[in-house]
Design a protein around this ligand. Structure first.
Ligand code: ZN
Length: 236
């Protein structure tokens, strides 16, 4: 079983009735619900206002893949918890950073760059697969349209991705590296751009399929105990 924790700051859904109408159970509830249909996954959710943001040591010790959605409250996430997640990723916990998680503390820390980008509300997007044999793209159309999404455009200040799976094109002419994989020690990170809160992105079957595939892709069953430098005897 892949033990998935879906983390959401859960602020827009409480403050904005438009968002609550799209995600009555919260963005985390929607993601947990479609992932929960897979019998190889066990899903938990956690939100910012829970004790330790719902990410206690016990929860993190029992998480194989952490999914992160945040926007308004990046600054309220405790640094000590970010540090724990950072270490877990290096030891093999998978991380999926969605949409505005590009500006989360954990994504910044793992990338080491500003992760800044251009943005504008209300654009039409086409998602193009640039790596059709990649496991994250399995069973997903080679291109598909999102009728309304927030434009995220280049330059996106990230390190060169280890694997690029999707590029987004917007009707304002912009392009964006929308689906990127990064390796950090024993861990894999998938950044995926669609997912603005006022658009029903996480209800789209193509998006659900990509996130489901990404959970399986970033899952590492052989987590490392330690990633420190080790003095090592010769093997020969
Ligand atoms: Zn957004």
């Amino acid at each position: 079983m892949i033990r998935v924790t879906v983390w959401n700051e859960f602020k827009h859904e409480i403050r904005n009735p438009e968002v609550a109408a799209i995600y009555p159970e919260g963005i985390h509830g929607c993601i947990a619900s479609f992932l929960g249909a897979n019998d190889d996954m066990e899903i938990k959710t956690a939100t910012l206002d829970m004790d330790e943001h719902g990410l206690t040591d016990e929860v993190l010790d029992n998480t194989d893949v952490l999914i992160w959605w945040g926007h308004l409250a990046h600054g309220s996430v405790r640094d000590d918890i970010v540090e724990k997640i950072y270490k877990k990723v290096h030891r093999g916990m998978g991380l999926i950073a969605l949409h505005s998680a590009h500006n989360s503390k954990i994504f910044h820390k793992l990338m080491g760059t500003t992760c800044s980008l251009r943005w504008r509300d209300n654009a039409r997007e086409h998602i193009w697969c640039v790596n059709p044999s990649h496991p994250i793209a399995k069973g997903v159309p080679a291109d598909f349209r999102i009728d309304r999404e927030e434009m995220y455009g280049e330059f996106f200040d990230i390190p060169a991705p280890d694997e690029l799976v999707y590029i987004g094109w917007f009707n304002g002419g912009e392009v964006f590296r929308s689906g990127c994989v990064f390796n950090r020690a024993h861990g894999k990170i998938f950044y995926f751009q669609p997912g603005h809160e006022t658009n029903p992105i996480f209800h789209m079957p193509e998006i659900q399929k990509i996130i489901t595939n990404a959970v399986r892709y970033v899952y590492n069953e052989n987590k490392a105990e330690d990633v420190a430098c080790a003095h090592t005897p010769a093997v020969e």
